[in-house]
Design a binder for this molecule. Structure first.
Ligand code: ADP
Length: 270
């Protein structure tokens, strides 16, 4: 009897292992499908600037009668498209490196307000040139979060420039606020534009997903990479309706304690 119980136990283990293998297999197949989809999206996105470069260089080579102004115009397009291509490749590589678990930056405690200040300063010119009021309202007290300041500043730049770029209001307004509560630092970018439909609020975070204003320059990667950066820092990036009527993006990051200061003797021994 002990023998048959043992056989039963073993055969149950074999069945469980087989079920586990089947699950792993279907997960791998799912990842494979996602990778294929990503590759075909990437090739599609790269083809547009490549085609422009190819056709304008063809024209330059086959039309010697072109005057100087015409040549310069085509060369300028080739240069602009190559710059766009390089930027696109950089973003794709950065994103795929992070998705594969590589951080690609130094991680250390820093004050997130300094990243927000940097982003505000860098978006001011854009806001002014588009006649958009960019305002700083509530401000968090000084705290520390773990991650990288430049990467977080890039996230804020993406959010603020989107709020400017997609704002079609007659009196466009973008407000930036921050606060810390219960050990969580939150920074919000609110706008009074047309907002994002509830049904699209998760879709906009997908790679290459673009909304109804494709005339605005963009790659559809800004929000995907921003969410990846914030999540790599252990935080969350979410979207809801703003009280101003448009979209409201919130970055939430856990605060950390400052490393205790070492007494001078120990500090110098290090
Ligand atoms: P991109 O701006 O290059 O298209 P993003 O990933 O930054 O890529 O944004 C994806 C889409 O989300 C945009 O094409 C736009 O339709 C929508 N979107 C992003 N931010 C806003 C906003 N503040 N208001 C309205 N729509 C927005």
């Amino acid at each position: 009897r002990a023998y048959s119980a043992e056989i039963e136990r073993k055969s149950r283990q074999v069945e469980e292992a087989a079920a586990e293998l089947a699950r792993a297999n279907s997960q791998l197949r799912e990842i494979d499908i996602q990778k294929d989809e990503f590759l075909s999206q990437v090739s599609h996105e790269l083809r547009t600037p490549m085609t422009a470069i190819r056709s304008f260089s063809d024209i330059l080579l086959s039309a010697p009668e072109l005057d100087e102004a015409g040549k310069r115009r085509f060369l300028q397009i080739i240069q602009d498209e190559s710059i766009r291509l390089t930027k696109l490749l950089d973003v794709i590589l950065h994103l795929s490196r992070m998705e594969n678990g590589g951080i690609g930056w130094e991680s250390e405690p820093f004050d997130p307000e300094s990243a927000l200040d940097l982003a505000m300063a860098s978006c001011e010119v854009l806001a002014r040139s588009q006649g958009i009021a960019l305002k700083r309202t509530k401000r968090a007290r000084q705290v520390l979060v773990e991650g990288n300041r430049d990467q977080l500043a890039q996230v804020f730049i993406n959010l603020i420039s989107n709020a400017i770029k997609y704002n079609t209001s007659k009196a466009p307004l973008v407000t930036v606020s921050s606060a810390t509560h219960n050990g969580v630092y939150r920074a919000c970018v609110d706008d009074n534009g047309s907002g994002i439909l509830k049904s699209d609020r998760e879709r906009v975070f997908l790679k290459f997903s673009r909304g109804p204003m494709p005339q605005q320059a963009g790659t559809g990667l800004g929000l995907a990479i921003s969410r990846q950066i914030v999540e790599t820092m252990g935080g969350a990036l979410s979207l809801c309706e703003s009280r101003l009527g448009g979209a409201k993006f919130t970055v939430a990051l856990k605060t950390v304690r400052a490393a205790p200061k070492l007494p001078p003797a120990e500090a110098t021994q290090r």
